[in-house]
Design a binder for this molecule. Sequence first.
Ligand code: NAD
Length: 254
Amino acid sequence: MKLSGKTVIVTGAAAGMGEAIAKKFAAEGAKVVATDINKELLDPVVQSITEAGGEAVGLVSNIGNQEDIDQMVHEAIERYGSLDVLVNNAGIMDNFVPVGDLTDELWDRIIQINLTGPFKAARAAIKVMEKQENGGVIINNASIGGLFGVRGGGAYVSSKHGLLGLTKNIAATYGIHGKIRANAIAPGGVATNIQSTITEPHELGSKAIGSIGGGTAPIGQPEEIAEVALFLASDASSFVNGAIITADGGWTAG
Ligand SMILES: NC(=O)c1ccc[n+]([C@@H]2O[C@H](COP(=O)([O-])OP(=O)(O)OC[C@H]3O[C@@H](n4cnc5c(N)ncnc54)[C@H](O)[C@@H]3O)[C@@H](O)[C@H]2O)c1
């Protein structure tokens, strides 16, 4: 098994890619701290892992809250004795609202969950990983919205660009001068619940996304992203550091 003995935190583990990553990692021998704000969806995920013979604990935890972040790292150490992999996966969308119509409230919420939360979780994880003999791995689930201008609204795209910068800074600092690798995944369209959160798509924002073929993008499955995350978490990627792995079925290749 590729993650035997490793302790992993997966944020946003109750659904979509986080759920697929938590299940895949547990099946590969990891001890999983699965966190999410949605207890109703999180409980069955943890139950399904343990019923399959895996090791996992569920924690209701908001990535926008410092106390919750401290608690999730504490849980990994107290329960399993180490923190080997942090998967910053939880993220939210912004109804494609472009900058001219972006409220302070929406901007702050998207940046808090998609960028500030992952930064704070990485900061807490690094403090632990630095002291461990085998260091650790940080994986940030970004988006092709972190590489291109109109795969979301102004706040979403800015948050994901920021997340890639955070990834590279950690990689170039702690990967070269320490034992912590950091990489990012940039998924394209993936079949998850996140689309249902686009309740009031902004007209201009939608037009901009439509103009680059937003509606015709290939759609991947969460398990296909979990495979990429597994590679980045495992020792198979020992020389991969600071990489952004696009997983979009070729949407942005053309
Ligand atoms: N689905 C896509 O097409 C797509 C494409 C590119 C990138 N992404 C990114 O992938 C990641 C996972 O998205 P998904 O599509 O699996 O979404 P999803 O909505 O299916 O799952 C996200 C999970 O995160 C949880 N969550 C939301 N806010 C949280 C918070 N404050 N604290 C903790 N958990 C929280 C939700 O409850 C949910 O269970 C996100 O960062 C998203 O931006 C998604």
